[in-house]
Design a binder for this molecule. Structure first.
Ligand code: NAP
Length: 284
């Protein structure tokens, strides 16, 4: 019998706890925690993500400073804004919504975010610290997955974990977190030979390839924990994950759904990281 890990419910309960911490920060420090979100251009998906982040801030009591910049914003203009936010004491976290327009050097922009305000955990320094298992701000989606596993007391020590996907924002930090938790980790990608065999060896299978329903039941070991990070559209335009949920679920001990799984946890982890960044910065 499988159990569905409800990301929506866990996210709601975490947000209640975060709201209490935000209030505690205010009573200790006399100001609200602040998150600056920078969006360049009119990418429709990015606008929705930014709106969701602003709403989540309101829900937990974090002050959001949203900067909507035109698609024509130049590199020096954007750099000036990031430097101003970096020096602003009322800003505890800075998030630059990706992707940036082609004419902007995104890596150069991300480098300007101070490591202690990098609440997306995308900076080279934060990823380096994660690789060395040191305290850092961890990329929101993989960190949300870890919270979901912990919420069910799923032990990782000595377990075989397979991560399908090696992006800098999901697959790689996910693999590092699992390794830091003492799992034996395999990372698969588009050039992996025998993906099915690799997946069949997984006690914990994390799907983050961005391919609709591409993890099928014959790729999953009996009793595995399956976490679906994917957010795709199926042939009818309906939101779906990387996992063929209806057929895979019967083989699992635990499985996460899409929607209602990893997705709601990602924005919640951004609130969590902003809160952590605020307390750490003030050494509270
Ligand atoms: P990405 O940058 O496109 O990376 C996809 C990864 O999957 C790459 O490493 C790619 O391998 C690998 N891959 C692609 N096709 C494959 C195949 N046939 N077999 C094995 N590996 C394959 O995507 P991403 O940003 O990591 O996101 C992954 C998925 O998670 C997307 O659906 C995205 O929408 C979703 N996502 C969800 C959330 C959330 O909050 N739920 C957050 C972020 C992302 P190569 O490196 O060899 O190309």
């Amino acid at each position: 019998m499988y159990e569905v890990i409800d990301g929506k419910q866990l996210a709601a309960s975490m947000r209640r706890d975060i709201a209490k911490e935000v209030e505690r920060f205010k009573s200790l420090n006399g100001r609200q925690i602040g998150l600056a979100v920078v969006l360049v251009g009119e990418n429709a998906a990015s606008q929705i993500y930014v709106r969701n982040k602003t709403r989540a801030c309101e829900e937990v009591g974090i002050k959001s400073y949203t900067h909507f910049l035109s698609a024509e914003t130049t590199q020096p203009e954007l750099e000036r804004l990031i430097k101003t936010l970096a020096a602003d004491d009322s800003v505890d976290g800075i998030l630059v919504q990706l992707p940036l327009p082609q004419h902007i050097d995104a890596a150069e922009i991300l480098r300007l975010i101070p490591v202690e305000k990098d609440v997306d955990g995308f900076s080279e320094q934060n990823i380096g610290k994660l690789a060395m298992n040191r305290e850092c701000l961890v990329s929101c989606t993989p960190n949300g997955v870890m919270k979901m596993l912990a919420s069910k007391n799923i032990s990782l020590k000595g377990k075989k974990a397979v991560v399908v996907g090696r992006s800098n924002i999901v697959g790689k930090p996910m693999a590092l977190l699992l390794l830091n938790a003492d799992a034996t980790v395999t990372v698969c990608h588009s050039r992996t030979a025998n993906l099915k065999e690799e997946c069949l060896g997984a006690d914990i299978l994390i799907a983050a390839a961005g391919k609709a329903k591409f993890i099928t039941a014959d790729m999953v070991k009996e009793g595995a924990v399956v976490v679906d990070v994917g957010m795709n559209r199926d042939e009818n335009g309906k939101l779906c994950g990387d996992v063929d949920f209806e057929n895979v679920k019967h083989k699992c001990s635990y499985i996460t759904p899409v929607p209602g799984g990893v997705g709601p946890m990602t924005v919640t982890m951004l609130m969590y990281n902003t809160c952590v960044a605020a307390f750490r910065r003030l050494k509270l």
